[in-house]
Design a protein. Structure first.
Length: 78
């Protein structure tokens, strides 16, 4: 689960999004939750994980399983 934050940061930066932009797209009022996820201080909820997967066109397995890397060929620009 440690890598979730790294993967989230990778996806966000690949799509040239700030923390604030990602929070807005995910319907959050503050970006602090995302920052804490990226730094490994918090674990994502199931709903948050699903929303991130949908937004970036990746699977929840790719996000949650440390042994699975992101396939950057399948991610789309938003």
């Amino acid at each position: 689960m440690q890598r979730f934050g790294e993967k989230l940061r990778t996806l966000r930066t690949q799509h040239n999004m700030s923390l604030q932009e990602l929070a807005y797209k995910l319907g959050l009022t503050a970006h602090s939750y995302i920052s804490e996820l990226e730094s490994g201080k918090k674990k994502p909820t199931a709903e948050f994980t699903l929303n991130v997967a949908r937004l970036f066109n990746v699977t929840t397995d790719q996000l949650l399983k440390d042994e699975l890397d992101l396939d950057t060929d399948t991610t789309t620009q938003t």
